[in-house]
Write a protein that binds this ligand. Sequence first.
Ligand SMILES: *Cc1c(COP(=O)(O)O)cnc(C)c1O
Length: 394
Amino acid sequence: MATVYLDNNATTKVDGKVVAAMLPFFTEFFGNASSTHEFGAAVAPAMKAARQQVQTLLGAEFDHEVIFTSGGTESDTTAILSALDAFPDRSEVVTTVVEHPAILNLCQVLEKCGRAKVHFIGVDAGGKLDLDAFRAALSERTALVSVQWANNETGVIFPVEELAQLAKQAGALFHTDAVQAVGKIPLALKGSSIDMLSLSGHKLHGPKGIGALYVKKGVKLHPLFRGGKQERGRRAGTENIPGIIGLGKAAELAAENLEAEIARIKALRDRLEAGISAAIPHCRINGGGEPRLPNTCNVAFDHAEGEAILHHLDKAGIAASSGSACASGSMEPSHVLRAMQVPPLALQGAIRFSLSRDNSEADIDRALTILPDLVEKTRAKSPLWAEIRQKQFA
Ligand SMILES: *Cc1c(COP(=O)(O)O)cnc(C)c1O
């Protein structure tokens, strides 16, 4: 039986149409876009088309607002460092405690080396951002606000447009790490207050090692890489043409069927959550009360060992994750779930199922068939669980 892949927030399978679109750019059209001869000339229009495909998915006003990068991490880094450079007389950053490590680790380094003071805004138990603390952190010292659009572990969606307007009132730039949102929910950047946005190809059925940074027209960008004049001097280095073509195609495919896929994937996710809640006692859906991505289910089983559940799932041909891929393997409880004050008895038992358009109802039903026994099996090893069981049947 084929493996059921339910770890699409970690990475997605590259769509066959994306691969097909990329292939000629490894062979026939291998030119450097900067070359003036015919090899270069063949590449430039394809790059332009890819940029427009990304623009369309974002609902952006201009194609030159899209700068190709090597992925989400580079886009995030560029946005933060650029904003600090752009405001020499402002040295504070406002972000959240539940950001991806690409933002968190950079912010921690910036603090440590004295480059910036960073306000890390918390969330409540449901995953909702502390808006009062957010407002209080903004001042005339704020250079940049960086808040993720959607969380990679829970799928919780933040009200980024509202936050961007508050940032604007404080005279700060607003960046959003939208790596998990792009291709999963409709976006419309034209007319929005968002100044910069990060996205990554491999999270939307495109290739790894390619992404983009949206920079609103009129917002000055200080390049991370200095060198050639590529990307209008905003990102030096010979372009990853096959990657760019692949990202463009992936963006086009995501936009094509977005509304229908949202409904279909959400129905699958809801089926999974309803099935889990019906068959397995003492579990909680993390972030379940907040607006969420349609594809993400983060469930914590009390008194169970998440790593053990994952291991058994893997043996049964089902791939999921215990939070973020970067955190798993380290056995450190997720920083996101800790920020949400998930109680210790549930922290170790959290599993993330993340779906994509590749999933079917059969995938969900297979997971639901094996999960209850599997959770019971790992709970059997917990002395606390034995006590609870005893009380229940006493
Ligand atoms: C995956 C991810 C990133 C990193 O993107 P890469 O292209 O892998 O560098 C950043 N932010 C979020 C929210 C992500 O999920």
